[in-house]
Unconditional design. Structure first.
Length: 111
């Protein structure tokens, strides 16, 4: 590695909320949902779940979810549902979809 190059963080997550034409909120997620980053996902969904009937999380830019991240996504889904909001994962990256299929959560979490 060159002395002036900066390593790219491995465990990052960026979330950009956008409002679609029908007024629903879509969270555009990029990076990894891990023990280090899952709190950001949870906080964003929690913030919106009190204001929205449905929140869509676009995971096309998320290529990795660890076991802690998956647990947080599931707990966040349950919390949102209790608040009267439906959390759905959309455009799920193929690697993450494999995880959802293996754990049999695809039918629950995907929109």
């Amino acid at each position: 590695m060159a002395a002036n190059s900066v390593p790219i963080p491995q465990n990052t997550l960026a979330i950009e909320p956008i409002v679609s034409a029908d007024g629903s909120t879509i969270l555009i997620c990029r990076g990894r949902i891990t023990v280090e980053t899952s709190g950001l996902f949870k906080a964003e969904v929690k913030r919106l779940s009190s204001q929205q009937k449905q929140v869509l999380a676009d995971l096309s830019g998320v290529n990795f979810v660890d076991s802690s991240g998956l647990g947080t996504v599931l707990a966040t889904y349950t919390s949102a549902k209790a608040a009267g909001c439906e959390l759905k994962l959309v455009n799920v990256h193929p690697q993450v979809r494999d995880l959802l299929n293996i754990t049999r959560l695809a039918g629950v979490l995907e929109g």
